[in-house]
Design a protein around this ligand. Structure first.
Ligand SMILES: *Cc1c(COP(=O)(O)O)cnc(C)c1O
Length: 850
């Protein structure tokens, strides 16, 4: 067995004399090459030598070292794409939640063990060094993390592609917990020099805002329109390089950062108004200052619209530059060379921006231009929640993007003509229109994205069914075949190989390496699911991961938890639809049961929560407070505290997630059926061998299909059932009639967990009862309790539980983002892998040997 137990406990004293010895040794070996580069960067990029080096210095030097390799391979890759005239995918997203890069880059370059041995020689633990890196938290949750997983898969599958996003100075806020309340702090992730972000001094585009639209007569006597923006802001490109797994392909994530234009400043400098000039500079640069911290909600703020257009404008300019550099014969080649994937409607204005440039600047005829545009876009829908659908105020569009609004009206005119010709009734036309009429007119970005795209996709089978039946039913009828499903996935490199190296080694030992390139081959694990030796090793690894998490829990919350207890985990954004409240109600129910039945048999559990609430989402913040208040009571109650613990880990992030998934026993995926489009956290648990308790929602349904009913715990009302009970749903009647629910809710109502601040949780009591319980907590409560009882019994039969866990891993292959991206490439993008030419630099050995 080759897996390493507890390397971080092995503290070796740094020995710098080794470093000297290794530097002076001349050799072409990868290892020595790596070490020489590393020493060079430690001295010349970080400015340190052998004394006073901190862990951060070591991190930086190693990161700069890898960056050199990445740059070499990136240049090779891009040169190769140009030669092949490859069609390129631009994945547009306002969020890329990439987290830390060093470890995953080492894994993808097949250099992790190499670097680990090299650093160990002079006394550093690589895992500890990797932990020094600040997370790139340029996203809120699932949507942003999906974009990051996709980039990893696009490179790993050798697909010509680039991520397109914004370089926010401040990513998602840091969450601190003070007295059980969430307190937000800025995430100054660029505080220390970031070796992964490469500023491109040559790639800079002006982006216009405001101003007016002018009509003029061109030299042929045609009346034309052009936009004369009032303000300009510069967009500068910054690249983060994304290596594929064991391939030489390196693609880039291009992030745009706002800078003030010089002209803009001079206007005021010339008038002697120095302060005003500098103020305006700050104002322009505001555009990419901060990520909006909302998930599944839109606020309609002007700055957000500016951010969206800023991303779109710079990306389209850049893509057109690349297209024309290839010397095309005409614009008609565009759909064979460039394709834009819209991650939700946030970048939907790209459709109009490309149309505007083709019509106003390249003089293409409107319908010709629109025909081309439609073949260059596809749109991914992520939610059916009405509060998340973007509808921009027409007044705001008129002041910020007047020409785009013009074009939206023009598109709408032709679209509605088409609908009338097809004989659509006026009420249907009103729903499909790009403009929502009313006192406050709004442009519907989803409708715009749909008519501008070749394909529209949902992100799980049930989600796609729902959008076809509900919000996009008329579009589905009018354009059959346009709406399709692409079930989400996650990258197994980060979420298994990097996050759980011990389990990875065990899998490699038992089924070989083929699964590394083809995740469906994990199925070979089925044959060892009941093997006693395999189960024992698997269990040891789980306990090792749990013991590491126990330390983190103690360090961050002060609570001591039992690694033998079941780790029952709900980690995700705090949102009513995700129903952290249902989990809390169940915990209170268990607590009351144990208080009344002190000798009852109870499988000890540690209930683990983590997740951020949007700063303006008061109710979600109150749920965080309730979790803490309930935890405080339970963790200090002698009657139960040996059997129950409730902890909330602050500041949920990618790097924290990487430590929790491998240490979990039970995954809570309990959203109200029909609300979670897919979920991807659910997949990370499955991959690491946790069992799922969940509703028939999002990807849970397909996960169960793969895992088998006997290896999955499903409960609660289905979408269809909820549709039936919704009209007459009466949570107050349930509260009054069900003694158990009554006792649980009364404890909240009667301030049992908050005697010193009475009334604190009344809002939550009200939401669940007289407020109508919009998310059906009470309707699902009893079935949730029932299944949790079953889970408790099953957990006590260790062999049976481990068998189920191993079957889950073995059947998780479908949820690899490689499968997802392969489907996008074939069915939406129409592109094939462009393999790097043989030869060139392979620094860390051939791609993969068995
Ligand atoms: C995977 C992931 C998510 C998404 O989790 P869901 O349970 O699918 O909502 C959110 N945040 C982080 C940091 C993640 O890694």
């Amino acid at each position: 067995m080759t897996y390493r137990f507890s390397p971080s406990d092995l503290k070796i004293a740094p020995d710098h004399s080794k470093l000297h010895e290794l530097i002076s040794r001349q050799s072409n070996e990868d290892r020595d090459s790596l070490i020489r580069h590393f020493a060079h960067h430690l001295e010349y990029s970080v400015g340190k030598y052998t004394h006073n080096t901190t862990d951060t210095d070591i991190y930086l030097a190693l990161a700069f070292t890898l960056r050199d390799y990445l740059i070499d391979r990136w240049n090779e890759t891009q040169e190769h794409y140009r030669k092949e005239k490859a069609k390129k995918i631009y994945y547009l997203s306002m969020e890329f939640l990439i987290g830390q890069m060093l470890k995953s880059n080492l894994v993808n370059l097949n250099a992790y063990d190499l670097a680990s041995e090299a650093l160990a020689e002079f006394g550093y633990d690589l895992d500890h060094i990797c932990a020094q890196e600040p997370d790139a938290g340029l996203g809120n949750g699932g949507l942003g993390r999906l974009a990051a997983c996709f980039l990893d898969s696009m490179s790993s599958l050798d697909l010509p592609s680039s991520g397109c996003g914004l370089l926010y100075n401040f990513g998602i806020f840091r969450q601190r917990i003070v007295n059980g309340n969430q307190v937000e702090a800025p995430d100054n992730w660029l505080d220390i020099a970031n070796p992964w972000v490469i500023s491109r001094s040559d790639l800079i585009y002006p982006v216009g805002f405001g101003g007016y639209v002018e009509e003029y007569t061109d030299h042929k006597g045609n009346i034309r329109k052009r936009w004369l923006p009032g303000d300009q802001v510069l967009a500068r490109a910054h690249d983060i390089l994304m290596p594929g797994y064991r391939t030489r392909t390196v693609n880039n994530l291009r992030l745009w950062k706002a800078e003030a234009t010089e002209d803009f400043d001079f206007k005021y400098f010339n008038h002697g108004d120095y302060i005003r000039a500098v103020e305006d500079k700050v104002f322009s640069e505001n555009i990419t200052h901060v990520l909006y911290p909302n998930e599944n909600v839109t606020q309609g703020r002007e700055l957000r619209l500016k951010q969206e257009y800023f991303l779109v404008s710079a990306t389209i300019r850049d893509a057109l530059r690349e297209f024309f550099e290839q010397g095309p014969k005409s614009h008609d080649e565009m759909p064979d060379r460039i394709f834009f994937q819209l991650n939700d409607t946030h970048p939907a204005l790209a459709v109009v921006e490309l149309l505007r440039i083709l019509v106003d600047e390249h003089n293409l005829e409107f319908h010709h231009a629109w025909g081309l545009v439609q073949r260059c876009f596809a749109y991914t829908n992520h939610t059916v929640m009405p509060e998340a659908l973007e509808r921009w105020s027409v007044d705001l569009l008129a002041s910020l993007l007047p020409r785009h609004l013009d074009l939206i009206y023009q598109l709408n005119y032709y679209f509605i003509e088409e609908l009338r010709q097809k004989g659509e009734p006026e009420d249907v036309i009103a729903k499909l229109s790009l403009i929502e009429e009313g006192a406050d007119k709004r442009a519907r970005m989803a409708n715009l994205a749909i008519i501008g795209s070749t394909k529209v996709n949902g992100v799980s089978a049930i989600h796609t069914d729902i959008i076809k039946r509900t919000i996009f039913a008329d579009f589905n009828r009018l354009y059959p075949g346009k709406l399709i499903n692409k079930t989400n996935g996650i990258t197994f490199r980060r979420w298994l190989i990097a996050a759980n190296p011990e389990l990875t080694a065990l899998i490699n030992d038992s089924i070989g390496l083929r699964w590394l390139l083809d995740q469906s081959r994990l199925r070979d694990l089925e044959k060892v699911a009941e093997d006693a030796a395999f189960q024992e090793d698997f269990q040891k690894i789980r306990q090792y991961n749990k013991s590491k998490l126990v330390k983190i829990i103690h360090h961050t919350t002060g609570v001591v938890v039992d690694p033998e207890s079941m780790f029952d985990v709900q980690i995700k954004r705090i949102h009513e639809y995700k129903r952290q409240l249902l989990n809390v109600l169940r915990i209170i129910g268990d607590y009351q049961f144990l208080k009344d039945n002190r000798e009852a048999e109870y499988t000890p559990r540690t209930f683990i929560f983590a997740g951020k609430a949007a700063p303006g989402y008061h109710r979600a913040k109150l749920i965080i407070k309730l979790i803490h208040s309930v935890g405080e009571k339970i963790n200090n109650d002698r009657d139960v505290r040996d059997r129950m613990k409730v902890v909330f880990l602050p500041n949920y992030s990618v790097s924290l997630a990487e430590r929790i998934f491998p240490a979990s026993d039970l995954s809570e995926q309990i959203s109200t059926a029909g609300t979670e489009a897919s979920g991807t956290g659910n997949m990370k648990f499955m991959l690491n061998g946790s069992l799922t308790v969940g509703t028939l929602d999002g990807a849970n349904i397909e996960m169960r299909e793969e895992a088998g009913d006997e290896n999955f715990y499903i409960f609660g009302n289905t979408v269809e059932k909820l549709d039936v009970i919704r009209p007459n749903y009466d949570p107050v009647a349930i509260y009054e009639k069900d003694p158990l629910i009554h006792a649980v809710l009364s404890s909240i109502h009667q301030n049992y967990f908050n005697p010193l601040s009475p009334g604190l949780f009344q809002e939550l009591f009200h939401v669940l009862t007289y407020g109508g319980d919009h998310y059906f907590h009470l309707a699902d409560f009893q079935d949730y309790r029932r299944i949790q009882g079953l889970i408790s019994r099953d957990f006590r039969d260790r062999k049976a539980w481990l068998r189920k866990a191993i079957f889950n891993i073995a059947r998780s292959g479908k949820f690899s983002s490689d499968r997802t991206i392969d489907e996008y490439a074939k069915e939406i993008w129409g592109i094939k892998p462009v393999k790097p030419a043989p030869g060139g630099s392979i620094l860390f050995g051939p791609p993969l040997r068995e």
